[in-house]
Design a protein around this ligand. Sequence first.
Ligand SMILES: NC(=O)c1ccc[n+]([C@@H]2O[C@H](COP(=O)([O-])OP(=O)(O)OC[C@H]3O[C@@H](n4cnc5c(N)ncnc54)[C@H](OP(=O)(O)O)[C@@H]3O)[C@@H](O)[C@H]2O)c1
Length: 277
Amino acid sequence: MKTLLITGPSSGFGRSLAEEALQRGYQAALAARNPETVADLLSRYPETALAIRFDLTKTEDASRAVKETMARFGRLDALINNAGYGLLASLEETSDEQLARNLETNFTGPLRLIREVLPIMREQRGGQIVNLSAIAAYANHAGFAVYGGAKAALDAASDAIAQDVAPYGIKFTMVVPGPFRTDFIGRSLDHAPRMPAYEATVGKFGGFLEKMKGRQPGDPARAAKVMIDLLDAEKPPFRLLLGGYAHTIFAKKLASLDAEMKAWKDVGLPTDFPPGE
Ligand SMILES: NC(=O)c1ccc[n+]([C@@H]2O[C@H](COP(=O)([O-])OP(=O)(O)OC[C@H]3O[C@@H](n4cnc5c(N)ncnc54)[C@H](OP(=O)(O)O)[C@@H]3O)[C@@H](O)[C@H]2O)c1
């Protein structure tokens, strides 16, 4: 029976992931800031669900969460780094506290958890790490500098770590959703006081998000099924785009990157030493 550690199981993707995993018979350690939010899952699945008090911004919580998972289940097959939140603000509007907390939650905290599970997975000679990224990491919007930056950093770090540990059979997947109907555009979207200078850019994107609230095209339950299916895939992808929005935006970005590289190739290419030098 597979054992998973899932962060952020109180709502949205995390809640759907926890339900899907437990319903399929997996053992699931649910790492939540408030374990009360998963009390119903513990009563429905007393043998296979474990609640762990966990906050990504508390450095000591990562090792405790992994220790508690191992103490209860004795193994750990997959870590799902799901918990995270957005910050809608231009860089000038962003306070130091907002910057630090967002990076800690979306980048440093997930890395700490990965570091804790690696020795276990190396020893087992296998395991899977699934990180929730965001389309903003690959094609960003005005107002998502810190949030998209943190997710992009997690992508780049995971790319390297996946190579570090490839000989041990540890697989990585960055899940890349567009807008999904969760609490993200709501209680999980931090804001800063808006400067008039950023109304036309950051304010406009904020208006777009507000209009989309409650009508996001993505269904977290369908996404959770796909993510849990990944745990049985022989060769899971390094990046998995979720939903039509992410596919459209990512394809546009790929095309524009390709066009820009070709348009500037003659400028950038001849900067190597000539052959033989
Ligand atoms: N929904 C989307 O459109 C979308 C798109 C792209 C990426 N994502 C990513 O998907 C992931 C899940 O978000 P969601 O959309 O499901 O939103 P959500 O329903 O608001 O869930 C966010 C979860 O993260 C937890 N969390 C936030 N800060 C935390 C911290 N410091 N320590 C531990 N847990 C923390 C929340 O716990 P509390 O209940 O304690 O607040 C909650 O369980 C995030 O990483 C998000 O960036 C979402």
